[in-house]
Ligand binder design. Structure first.
Ligand code: SAM
Ligand code: SF4
Length: 475
């Protein structure tokens, strides 16, 4: 266990630093996902065995798209996701055919599973023309004939690409929610991203969604170049005045060769200013009747179109089956009931040609993965709980047979002393500024295991100085 002194000095030195947010990948950071041969047959077998033992297992499905419309600066100036430039509908429809074929590869092993939710993300999923949404949902139904009544089936897109015809097809296909990447409503600030998005696009899409009975989420980003607390609050106020029930409020993640990192770094609010924005945004939303569902998600109760859904949420937190289809899609699969080494995270090819080549050859288009030890899998689940701001000690006792407080007691105690967490016999709750620091807290919690992984990577590098045979087979 980390010593109290180490934990406190880590907190002291990191509270003022800009956070790097890879928390959505679970544990560990993708740079440790170096296993080129992911045993998908073994995973398929484990899926079957777990279903036999526990009954139909709920699966979350993610379907990715590589393409985005061109912007100047590129990649909206800030985006760190792998994407490819949109070059016309023919390439998009060709890609879609590949996703259908990839889904077929999984059909046998998913038999008997039940779909708990699906997210069509990206890239930009509302680049598809209207008829394709029906095709996407037909594909989902072939893979999962059993879809839970309350399953949330969300399609993500950008405001200027929605049309009435598309929105109607989205609804008629059986999807029930849209998520719009708006980032800034303030048109001057938004123009830094090179997107040709206007306030009219946003409000029009929201109106169409409402008319059609689709639930709608809006993504905003705070910590944007030249943004102030006032401009941020104006945007939130506008969303509230438009009756948007679901708001995702991300802190800007800065990095890579993006325009914001290279050319606008000096215009970014400081870390302290970001913290002030987080506080002001949270308080504003809470004051207006929203509930904080996670570090980033706020929801106002009473939306006639919404389901009781939390992204990635499952009543049994230790059973993880999130299947990713398409370019750069990520799959998480794990369960403490499995023998050690049988839980995995893996990512599909982030190179479109390689993705297609694998599917053309009837292979799972997996680029690389990470084989979890039981400790790693526990950390992955804990990272998710941290995003959700609540760690339910009873569920960890049932799922993992341990007291999650005792396991990381020095960290929880230090957080509690600083007013970032509240500890009760039932749960550990991130409070105050705690949710803002969730990415930093998760890195601290995983510190000891990260040290080991870095050590293992260094050893492997030494060993790899001898010639290696190509090993990208076996999938
Ligand atoms: C990967 S995008 C895909 C959806 C769509 N293409 C869009 O841009 O809205 C999903 C969301 O991730 C968030 N996002 C992307 N890059 C980010 C960054 N560098 N920092 C924080 N959030 C980011 C944005 O809020 C965006 O709406
Ligand atoms: S922010 Fe969205 S539209 Fe922009 S590059 Fe990233 S995924 Fe594409």
């Amino acid at each position: 266990m980390l010593s109290p002194d180490y934990v406190n000095s880590h907190l002291d030195s990191h509270l003022g630093q800009r956070q790097v947010n890879k928390i959505q990948h679970g544990f560990p950071s993708p740079r440790f996902w170096n296993e080129l041969s992911v045993p998908i047959d073994e995973i398929a077998e484990d899926r079957r065995r777990l279903r036999e033992a526990d009954g139909p297992s709920p699966v979350f499905l993610y379907v990715g798209v590589p393409y985005c419309i061109q912007t100047d600066p590129g990649k909206c100036g800030y985006c760190l996701f792998p994407v490819e430039e949109f070059r016309g509908n023919a390439a998009l429809e060709d890609y879609y055919g590949y996703v259908e074929r990839e889904a077929e590869l999984y059909r046998g092993q998913m038999e008997g599973s039940v779909l708990a939710g699906a997210y069509f993300g990206g890239g930009t999923s509302n680049l598809y023309k209207a008829p394709v949404y029906h095709g996407l949902m037909d594909m989902v139904r072939r893979l999962f004939p059993d879809i839970r009544e309350e399953a949330d089936l969300t399609l993500e897109g950008i405001p200027q690409l929605f049309s009435w015809e598309k929105m109607q097809a989205i609804r008629d296909s059986g999807m029930n929610r849209i998520s719009m990447g708006v980032q800034q409503i303030n048109e001057r600030l938004n123009s830094f991203s090179g997107r040709k998005q206007t306030t009219k696009h946003v409000i029009q899409s929201l109106e169409w969604a409402r008319e059609l009975g689709l639930a709608a989420n809006v993504d905003l980003i705070f910590g944007w170049p030249q943004q102030t607390v006032d401009t941020m609050l104006e945007d939130l106020e506008t969303l509230i005045s438009w009756d948007v029930y679901d708001i995702t409020h991300y802190e800007l993640n800065v990095g890579g060769p993006t325009d914001f990192a290279l050319n606008r770094f000096h215009e970014l609010p400081s870390t302290l200013a970001n913290l002030e924005m987080y506080r002001a945004g949270r308080d504003f939303l809470l004051d207006h009747g929203y509930e904080q569902l996670s570090t980033y998600n706020f929801r106002r109760p009473g939306d006639p179109a919404s389901r009781d859904f939390r992204e990635g949420y499952s009543p049994r937190l230790e059973r993880v089956d999130a299947l990713g289809l398409g370019y750069a899609a990520i799959t998480f699969f794990g369960n403490p009931a499995l023998p050690p080494g049988r839980s995995w995270s893996f990512i599909n090819h982030q190179n479109l040609a390689k993705y297609k080549e694998a599917v053309d050859n009837g292979r799972f288009p997996i680029e690389r993965g990470f084989q979890h030890t039981p400790e790693d899998f526990l950390l992955t689940v804990l990272f998710r709980s941290l995003i959700g701001t609540e760690i339910d000690r009873t569920r960890y006792r049932v799922g993992f047979g341990l007291d999650i407080y005792e396991k990381f007691a020095t960290v929880w105690d230090a957080l509690a002393e600083r007013g970032y967490a509240q500890i009760t016999p039932e749960r550990i709750q991130l409070v105050g500024d705690g949710p803002f620091y969730a990415p930093m807290i998760s890195t601290l919690i995983a510190e000891e295991r990260y040290r080991e992984l870095r050590e293992e990577a260094a050893q492997r590098k030494k060993g790899a100085r001898r010639p290696v045979a190509a090993s990208r087979g076996g999938q």
